[in-house]
Design a protein. Structure first.
Ligand SMILES: Nc1ncnc2c1ncn2[C@@H]1O[C@H](COP(=O)(O)OP(=O)(O)O)[C@@H](O)[C@H]1O
Ligand SMILES: [Mg+2]
Length: 390
């Protein structure tokens, strides 16, 4: 079973809750297999980092997190150090446009000759075992993509260079880099650039030559379907996490076809079968399959089955989780549709609505009130399973 932090993506590792998006993921995989540079763009929190790190784990590639103070040379400096190449100051010389740079363009690169060596903080050259590591000293010019490319080739790095938060760089620096990016494409050094902007061909605006050397991948808009799939997964993980927090033993079913999302069990062989439904766009409203109206037709006894309805819409507080026994959910459509079901395969469980045709009737209660929904909010005891421990 996967660990919860892996599921929720607290670490930078690919997360189990990741939902592949047809359009976006396909384009990205295709771009990886081309020889072009990749630009991933879109507003904040729309999935740029999630997308890139799924295919190119950050710890296995050369990551540069940019800030408004980063200059092009800083970027290359970081790339080379991450690749195990040490840069020492050579002739001090600055580009007039790069007032913040702490070192000049003409420097010396120290390349470990037998590989595997590392450079200590004081500049002494050591290997892990303490024996002297041999380094080759090469004078280079950090301003020349050719030099950078050769160094990377020398140390055998074919890792991707990932530039996070490219939009932080000022326009002048972005433009400078756009020219280098083209050179790097010809030199076979591959970049993924991530940034917050909305317009297409952003890099090509700086350098027209880039047009057919980059692939632009917008992570927006989200299709309704992808969005719902993410909400569905988020709901499952939320319920699983609340259960584990309360000391229950759970098994996630990871989309297997047996029809239950989560099993909850204890040491006395009590088992509860949970299905999770989540809404991220309509408060207190879930779409349920028609079979929920007839809970006795299922192989598992109705009193062991629960529909967990998760409401992800609240913005200023935690989502709500209702633990409805199957029999309770079944009462809702019979009340709401007054016995006359539509032909469709699903029905809507909307806690706030009143039965069809009786919405104006005084004394006619809402579906939620009818099933006593408040009694099921966060009521995990309902499951009839004993928590193991905390
Ligand atoms: N395809 C996806 N499937 C599941 N969750 C996603 C997906 N894309 C993004 N997320 C989640 O949305 C949140 C924001 O995504 P992130 O990649 O950090 O956005 P950005 O880098 O564009 O600011 C993260 O918690 C991430 O796990
Ligand atoms: Mg990001």
């Amino acid at each position: 079973m996967p660990r919860l932090e892996e599921v929720f993506g607290v670490s930078a590792k690919p997360i189990r809750s990741y939902v592949e998006r047809d359009e976006v993921d396909t384009r990205f995989s295709e771009a990886l297999n081309s020889d072009k540079q990749i630009i991933v763009y879109g507003s904040s929190k729309q999935g740029k980092t999630a997308l890139v790190s799924k295919y190119l784990p950050y710890e296995k590639n050369l990551l540069v997190s940019l800030t408004p103070k980063t200059a092009v040379l800083d970027m290359y400096h970081t790339v080379l150090s991450s690749a195990g190449i040490r840069i020492t100051a050579g002739v001090t010389e600055k580009r007039s446009t790069e007032t913040n740079v702490g070192f000049g363009a003409k420097v010396k690169a120290l390349i470990p000759i037998f590989g595997g060596g590392e450079v200590s903080a004081e500049g002494g050259l050591k290997t892990g075992s303490g024996t002297e590591q041999q380094y080759e000293e090469i004078p280079i010019n950090l301003e020349l993509p050719q030099h950078i490319a050769e160094l990377l080739k020398r140390v055998g790095s074919n890792r991707w260079i990932i530039l996070e938060n490219f939009h932080y760089l000022n326009d002048e620096i972005q433009k400078q880099f756009a020219f280098d990016l083209r050179a790097f494409q010809e030199l076979g050094v591959r970049f993924v650039v991530l940034g917050v902007w909305r317009e297409k061909n952003r890099m090509a605006q700086f350098n027209g030559d880039l047009l057919d050397r980059v692939v632009d991948i917008p992570v927006e808009p989200w299709t309704e379907l992808d969005f719902r799939r993410v909400a569905a997964k988020a709901g499952e993980f939320l319920v699983a996490s609340r259960l584990t927090q309360r000391g229950y033993m759970v098994a996630l079913q990871w989309g297997t076809t047996i029809g239950y999302d989560i099993l909850v069990f204890d040491k006395k062989d009590d088992v509860a079968y949970l299905e999770v439904k989540a809404t991220a766009s309509h408060p207190q409203k879930w779409l349920l399959q028609k079979k929920y109206a007839t809970p006795n037709e299922d192989a598992i006894a109705a009193d062991r089955r629960f529909i967990c309805c998760v409401d992800l819409t609240p913005r200023d507080r935690e989502p709500d989780v209702y633990i409805f026994p199957a029999a309770v959910v079944a009462r809702a459509p019979h009340y709401f549709y007054t016995g006359r079901f539509s032909q469709s395969k699903s029905f809507v469980l909307a806690l706030n609505s009143k039965p069809r045709g009786r919405t104006q009737h005084e004394g006619c209660v809402s579906v939620g009130e009818y099933i006593g929904f408040q009694d099921y909010l966060e009521q995990f005891d309902m499951l009839g399973v004993v928590p193991v421990s905390r």
